[in-house]
Design a protein around this ligand. Structure first.
Ligand SMILES: NC(=O)c1ccc[n+]([C@@H]2O[C@H](COP(=O)([O-])OP(=O)(O)OC[C@H]3O[C@@H](n4cnc5c(N)ncnc54)[C@H](OP(=O)(O)O)[C@@H]3O)[C@@H](O)[C@H]2O)c1
Length: 335
């Protein structure tokens, strides 16, 4: 298989190359693409150094699958061209996610949607949404789903290498000063200093006070679950963690369900690792580098009927991006 990775030098692109190699996907040829800034550099794939190229018309001819993680503008520009040149595009940006002619896919939830791709493009959902919908699908299978309220705690790598850099620079060289509020590092993608802080803004605010990330979680969750009227709200928060997003989910089921039945439904669901007890809760630091969705702190609401609370953690660069995309690629090959 000939695979192209657009954005191969970025946080997600590098992880894609790692995940392709780890999962022993039969890749005979890899084309690594990034911006002019990276021309002349190499990236590592399966122990080899691959030269980085700049995308140009014709580059996707002969490519079977093109994995895109270079931002929405590049996806809009190169997605249709790559599809015209014969590649199946799996896009990590938000450019195509809500397009009715582009399936939005989490393999454990709705892989069949990928069969119908009139534009030749499959979209990979938002990182926090992916991990949340895996847990929601397990609940829904057990007892239906009627309401979702989510609060996220998202790592700086969710904003790519510039996010990781900003945290490193704010923490580095300034000792304890780093923990006092001050200006963000130069070039930081965050609106406030992130070191020693918690920032309830991811993306721009709309007229009603919701951020872009919150709107993505709401719209994408409904599309993936194919429940267009599902009441969903989200509050998305950036935290000074390098890798790994955490989501506190409150969800109401349609039918009555015991806590034990819900726990069993989560344990047997593919891709979920369920904490063995309250103290075994997952944290991003512990699960970074893993491909699964980790669930803990499962509780039944004492006051509100059919309502459960759970803590869902995943590596945003892996299940939230690269691993999900590579799983789609694997299943396309086997389907
Ligand atoms: N980070 C996450 O957790 C996450 C999760 C889900 C989805 N995503 C999405 O994945 C995409 C990439 O995110 P990231 O976190 O990996 O960002 P990143 O670390 O900033 O990497 C961006 C990549 O895009 C390339 N690029 C930028 N401008 C380009 C151009 N004009 N032509 C070709 N390549 C260009 C960069 O190449 P240079 O190195 O040459 O600049 C780099 O390889 C974004 O759309 C993001 O929304 C990210």
């Amino acid at each position: 298989m000939h695979v192209a990775v657009l954005g191969a030098t970025g946080a997600v692109g590098r992880t894609m190359l790692d995940v392709l190699a780890e999962r022993r996907i039969k890749v005979d040829r890899i084309t690594a693409l990034a911006s002019e800034r990276s021309a002349g550099k190499t990236v590592r794939f399966a122990g080899r150094e691959i030269p980085v190229e700049v995308p140009r018309p014709g580059i996707f001819r002969g490519v079977d699958v093109a994995l895109f993680s270079a931002g929405g503008d590049r996806s809009k520009e190169w997605g249709p061209r790559a599809a015209d040149e014969g590649a199946v595009v799996i896009d990590n940006s938000s450019a195509w996610r809500m397009d009715p002619d582009v399936p939005l896919v989490v393999p454990e939830v709705n892989m069949r949607a990928a069969e119908n791709r009139p534009k030749g493009i499959i979209a990979n959902p938002n990182c926090s949404t992916i991990q949340m919908v895996v847990a929601l699908q397990a609940m829904r299978r057990a007892a239906g789903l009627t309401r979702v309220i989510a609060t996220t705690f998202q790592s700086v790598s969710g904003a790519g290498e510039t996010g990781r850099d900003a945290l490193r620079r704010e923490l580095g060289g300034e000792g304890l000063q780093a923990l006092k509020l001050g200006a963000p590092a130069d070039g930081s993608p965050f609106s406030r200093r992130i070191a020693g802080n918690v920032v309830p803004q991811i993306g721009d605010f709309d007229d009603e006070g919701w951020t872009g990330e919150e709107r993505k979680m709401i719209g994408e969750t409904r599309k993936i679950l194919d429940l267009p009227d599902l009441p969903v709200v989200a509050t998305c928060v950036r935290v000074p963690v390098d890798v790994g997003h955490s989501v506190q989910v409150t969800a109401e089921t349609e039918k009555e369900l015991t806590l034990d039945s819900l726990r069993r439904a989560l344990v047997v669901f593919p891709g979920i690792l369920m904490a063995g007890g309250p103290e075994a809760f997952p944290t991003p630091y512990e699960i970074a580098g893993r491909n699964e969705v980790f669930v803990g702190r499962l509780r039944s609401d004492p006051e509100i009927p059919r309502t459960f609370h759970l803590w869902v953690v995943a590596d945003n660069l892996r299940k939230g991006a690269a691993t999900n995309a590579v799983q789609i690629l694997e299943r396309l090959g086997s389907g």
